[in-house]
Design a protein around this ligand. Structure first.
Ligand code: ADP
Length: 180
């Protein structure tokens, strides 16, 4: 499924983000930038040591990646040229600023994308795995944040994909994009 928002096409795909042939894929990382499970583990395994090393250097230089912020590294052995790592919020019931922090992840990733000449980017469903953010709510935050940016005239990549691993997650994003 896809939808045009200003100069940006949003496309929903079911699959494995490590296979996405785009300028940059986004990693749902942790704020320490140390290897995790889920999509982070998959990206590090497929991308190889160069990604791990750059994450280690960033951690030494600036202490990591606080929740709601993002950093960029090489894509190593991935088809994608770069990986944008962002730390999503851990779901704590909804009253701990989770939606603002999740929106900030998408904004910061897209800001880094435009600063780095990234014309196509693929996102996973940030925070909805181990971090427990309800997927329906997270899909709305993700898509509404991108729509607001695209329609405000802010420079965003021409192609934004969501590569969603499982049926339930894919279906939540389809519903959210239909209602957008
Ligand atoms: P978080 O810690 O931010 O919750 P997770 O990696 O646990 O991150 O989960 C985020 C989402 O990424 C989940 O929907 C999970 O199913 C999905 N995911 C796991 N592996 C992949 C992959 N290879 N490609 C795309 N999405 C993936």
């Amino acid at each position: 499924m896809q939808k045009q928002l200003a100069h940006t096409t949003i496309e929903l795909i079911q699959g494995d983000i490590t296979k996405a042939a785009v300028d940059a894929i986004v990693n749902a990382a942790n704020k320490e930038l140390v290897g995790g499970g889920g999509v982070d583990g998959a990206i590090r395994r497929a991308g190889g040591e160069a990604i791990v090393q750059e994450c280690n250097e960033i951690r030494k230089r600036q202490g990591g990646c606080p929740t709601g912020t993002a950093v960029i590294t090489t894509g190593g052995n991935l088809p994608a040229k770069s990986v944008i790592h962002t730390a999503g919020p851990v779901w704590q019931g909804g009253d701990a600023g989770e939606s603002d922090l999740l929106a900030s992840c998408y904004k910061e990733c897209l800001r880094l994308a435009s600063e780095n000449e990234v014309n196509s980017v693929a996102f996973p469903s940030i925070s909805t795995g181990v971090y427990g953010y309800p997927t329906e709510k997270a899909a709305n935050v993700a898509l509404q944040t991108i729509r607001d940016l695209a329609e405000s005239g802010t420079k965003v990549p021409e192609s934004i994909q969501f590569v969603l691993f499982d049926d339930a997650t894919y279906n939540c994003y389809v519903e959210a994009l239909s209602e957008l």
